[in-house]
Design a protein. Structure first.
Length: 169
């Protein structure tokens, strides 16, 4: 259900995605979607939550927890960029309409950003404002990169490492 929803939301946007089409793609009835998620917005939030959790997990496990901060950051950036490349619909859904939707959708994305910034704050030795700025830079660069796929992932990672000012070793 969530895979079908993600493809529909990424392809059509929240407003134009059809619950009928999502149900058909998932091989279930439309009432079953409403039974599980309550509303289209509930389905959207569930997809955001799953996509965000997958992103966090890939970043969190990219390097050994006892590796140097620069190495952990570099591995996390590469995991982030890999996730963006492999889960284009998830990334699109996470960042397309979230601020316009407001409510629980915006709150879910804000929570994800906060969790990533908290994780980064540890690498940046408690510089919380910088961690939040870095999250914004990462989102912006990732969106740019999707429009410029000819740029190697490693080069994009280096751009972000230069912003962070950390050495990989």
């Amino acid at each position: 259900m969530l895979d079908a929803a993600g493809a529909a939301f990424a392809g059509s946007g929240f407003h134009d995605a059809s619950m009928d089409a999502i149900a058909d793609a998932a091989g279930i009835s439309k009432p079953m979607l409403y039974n599980y998620f309550g509303s289209k917005q509930g389905l959207y939030v569930a997809y955001l939550r799953r996509s965000g959790q997958g992103l966090l997990e890939s970043m969190r496990t990219a390097a050994a927890p006892d590796a140097p901060a620069g190495e952990r950051l570099h591995a996390g950036i590469l995991a982030f960029l890999t996730y963006v490349a492999e889960h284009g619909s998830g990334w699109t859904v996470l960042h397309r309409e979230t601020t316009a939707q407001g409510g629980s959708i915006a709150a879910e994305v804000a929570e994800l950003r906060e969790r990533i910034a908290t994780m980064l704050g540890r690498l940046f030795e408690g510089r919380d404002a910088f961690a939040h700025a870095f999250v914004g830079a990462g989102e912006s660069v990732a969106s740019w990169w999707l429009a410029h796929p000819e740029e190697p992932k490693e080069q994009i990672a280096e751009v972000l490492m230069n912003i962070a000012g950390l050495e990989t070793r």
